[in-house]
Design a binder for this molecule. Structure first.
Ligand SMILES: [Zn+2]
Length: 406
């Protein structure tokens, strides 16, 4: 059986580094340097190793399941350990075409008990997270932002500027915020993993990794701050039938000692979330600077990636002004959008569902339905768009996989 062994956790004040080994057959799914370290803004020396091991374990669990490998850890928190099998079952239900095997072994199981008091939430500063913030603002949640998730650590200036923006946002809402810097996305060879799971028609990060990998980074914080509930904002809506590693069936199973997880706002569409934020800001005279962009080299929204476009069209569909949400639209925006939609952007099946909802919202809005500048958008076929590129990419993946297995 293949093995992933957590040999040692080195702790230095607010930073931890994992030392680990992996057996030969699965080593190609890890980056050669694969240094895995996490920096918190608080001293974590008093946090037990059975809690500190959780981010590492969550980051490699899906690999152990896919390749029938055994994860070996010295000690783990009992509540977390009990949550692993239900999570695995949820993955299996979501992806019946993949086989989830593997084992998690630890020598010592420790029960950590604390009286949970406050609430916290993962906060990226995007639409989903801001809607969750607005909804739970009376609970005064501690905001936790992960650096190294959507924006790589090498883009230090961008991360620093995003941090300043998020600090300002937290100040606007009079809430505390803490930042976690992690190299977790530099540990795995995502390209190899993408090819391995090409059957599910999605990338590894989105399909299998990000939910529990992100949430688990909060483990030392929720332990130290005695957090009762940790919220994570939903990206999809009940009924979408979207397959995604961050799903209530997965996230809500996770336990971090005495802290429970709640996958929030799963009953709201992205448009309804925008409406919620808009209403809150209007009532409280706040302006917004939401960051949703996929372009990790810019701290501002690029207004030309799929996520920016999706948010802008969503805001327009609700009669909002994208400028009030932090989108500085370029000249001839709609003309540029039409060109990008037709020739550049790949709409994965997971986002086609969301685009169709926006089209539906446009059709129900007479202001937009009768406006001829949106006719092309109303008739746009997201399923067929750029299918040639999608097929080409799939063929390249299959070919590369065959060559690698030779
Ligand atoms: Zn963008």
């Amino acid at each position: 059986m293949e093995k992933i062994v957590l040999e040692k956790i080195q702790i230095n004040k607010n930073k931890l580094t994992y030392f680990y080994s992996v057996t030969d057959k699965i080593s190609k799914y890890f980056m050669p340097t694969r240094e895995y370290s996490i920096k918190y803004e608080m001293n974590i020396e008093g946090v037990p190793k059975n809690i500190l091991a959780i981010p590492f374990v969550c980051n490699v669990l899906p690999i152990s399941w896919l390749f029938d490998a055994e994860i070996v850890v010295e000690e783990l928190d009992a509540d977390f350990l009990n949550s692993v099998n239900p999570i695995k079952n949820s993955y299996q239900n979501m992806y019946p075409n993949l086989k989830f095997m593997g084992e998690l072994k630890c020598e010592k199981i420790i029960q950590n008990n604390y009286k949970p008091l406050k609430v916290a939430m993962m906060f990226s500063g995007g639409v989903d997270a801001t809607a969750t913030l607005v909804k739970h603002i009376s609970e005064e949640p501690l905001l936790i932002n992960l650096q190294g998730s959507d924006i790589k650590l090498k883009y230090k200036t961008v991360l620093d500027n995003v941090q300043i923006k998020l600090q300002k946002m937290a100040q606007q809402y009079s809430l505390p915020i803490t930042f976690v810097e992690t190299s977790f996305r530099e540990v795995l060879n995502e390209k190899e993993l993408d090819m391995f799971i090409s059957i599910v028609n999605d990338n590894y990060w989105h399909a299998l990794q990000h939910g529990i990998a992100i949430l688990s980074h909060a483990a030392p914080i929720v332990y130290l701050k005695k957090i009762k509930t940790l919220y994570i904002a939903s990206s999809y809506t009940k009924g979408d039938n979207a397959k995604c590693a961050s799903d209530p069936s997965i996230d809500n199973m996770l336990k971090l000692a005495s802290t429970v997880i709640y996958h929030d706002n799963f009953d709201l569409t992205r448009g309804e979330k925008i409406q919620l934020i808009n209403n809150y800001c209007e009532n409280n005279h706040l302006s917004l600077n939401i960051r949703v962009c996929f372009n990790e080299r810019k701290e501002d929204n690029c207004c030309k990636c799929e996520k920016c476009y999706r948010t802008i069209f969503e805001i327009i569909s609700r009669n909002g002004n994208p400028k009030n949400f932090g989108f500085d639209l370029p000249k001839h925006f709609l003309r540029k959008a039409k060109f990008h939609f037709k020739y550049k952007i790949i709409f994965s099946p997971a986002v086609v569902v969301l685009w169709k909802k926006i089209q539906h919202q446009f059709r129900n809005n007479p202001n937009l339905y009768l406006d001829s500048q949106y006719t092309w958008f109303l008739n746009f076929n997201f399923e067929k768009s750029n299918n040639f590129i999608k097929k080409l990419y799939a063929s390249v993946c299959i070919f590369a996989k065959k060559m690698l297995n030779k």
